[in-house]
Design a protein around this ligand. Structure first.
Ligand SMILES: C[S@@+](CC[C@H](N)C(=O)[O-])C[C@H]1O[C@@H](n2cnc3c(N)ncnc32)[C@H](O)[C@@H]1O
Length: 291
């Protein structure tokens, strides 16, 4: 007979033995889904029995986690900012680091503001949907080169009731978007140097899409491509925000400066590491000559 508490304790030990970094948290998250309970049930009703099916499901989840499949892939979801997102192996599992962009955008655009924005490399929809969930007058376009990722973003938008606010398009960055213009561009592009990918944890290296990780030889390929095109599609006075790897602030700032961006600023994450670079497009200025 397996109870919530015996299942959790056993799972914790099993994951610990497999070298998993956070065995207690992972065991709890997997148990919540396998046994269809909340964290509170595990604490307040610890002797509740699992059905044989729940027991078997939990065992399967643990075996997958032992093989270093990420928890988010096993349970098919991940909390980000204040929303819950469906995820699978076709999208980057949204990271807490990426919440820095959301925080900056929400601070710069008050709730009543009407604005349009572009999310380049939209993936699961994390950034766009977290912003849209709190800015009812905003509209967004999310672009991704991966059709499978767009399917995930589409489902997430529908589940959050935000599908009327988020348009999704398959594309290679902004290719073919000559006419469009936006008040804001956000992007968390792939920024890991190709050679570094082999050194990452197996959860990332073996289970997350390479398209979401690989930033070319020095990790900066996407920024070089994106900086000029973002400035092109931004309206005068528009803003852009790029997530960066924590060692890339100087290089990305220089790329933006070369592309003609102004007011370039670097922002830190909660671990006090450089995480986001923001910039502004040059204002149009007075179009009439002095007399
Ligand atoms: C680091 S993930 C970010 C996903 C999501 N925005 C987030 O922050 O969780 C980068 C995304 O860029 C997409 N991508 C990579 N190359 C692209 C390209 N050339 N054009 C459009 N999207 C691309 C990937 O498919 C992936 O979904």
């Amino acid at each position: 007979m397996t109870t919530l508490v015996s299942a959790w304790t056993g799972a914790r030990k099993r994951l610990e033995a497999a070298g998993i970094d956070s065995p207690a948290i992972d065991a709890r998250l997997l148990l919540e889904v396998a046994a269809d309970v909340t964290r509170t049930h595990i604490v307040t009703d610890p002797h509740r029995e699992l059905t044989p099916e729940q027991d078997a499901t939990f065992d399967d989840y643990l075996a997958r986690r032992e093989r270093r499949e990420p928890v988010s892939h096993i349970i098919g979801r991940k909390g980000f900012w204040k929303i819950m997102l469906g995820v699978n192996a076709h999208v980057l599992t949204p990271r807490p680091d990426t919440e820095v962009i959301v925080d900056l955008v929400l601070a710069a655009y008050p709730e009543e503001r009407r604005f349009s924005f572009l999310d380049l490399g939209v993936g699961s929809g994390a950034i766009a949907l977290a912003i849209l969930a709190e800015r009812p007058h905003a509209k967004a376009l999310g672009i991704d080169i991966s059709e499978e990722a767009l399917a995930v973003a589409r489902d997430n938008a529908a589940n959050l009731g935000l599908d009327k606010h988020l348009a999704l398009l398959r594309g290679d960055w902004t290719e073919g978007m000559a006419e469009a213009s936006f008040d804001l561009v956000v992007s968390n592009p792939p920024y890991i140097a190709s050679e570094e990918i082999a050194t990452l944890d197996p959860e990332v290296r073996d289970h997350e899409p390479r398209l979401a990780l690989d930033g070319g030889p020095d990790g900066l390929d996407a920024y070089r491509q994106l900086a000029p095109v973002c400035l092109r599609v931004l309206r005068p006075d528009g803003l852009l925000a790029f997530e960066i790897g924590h060692t890339q602030a100087e290089a990305v700032s220089a790329i933006l400066k070369d592309a003609g961006a102004e007011d370039i600023r670097v922002h830190c994450d909660l671990a006090a590491r450089d995480r986001v670079v923001t910039a502004a497009k040059k204002p149009l200025g007075n179009p009439f000559p002095n007399r």
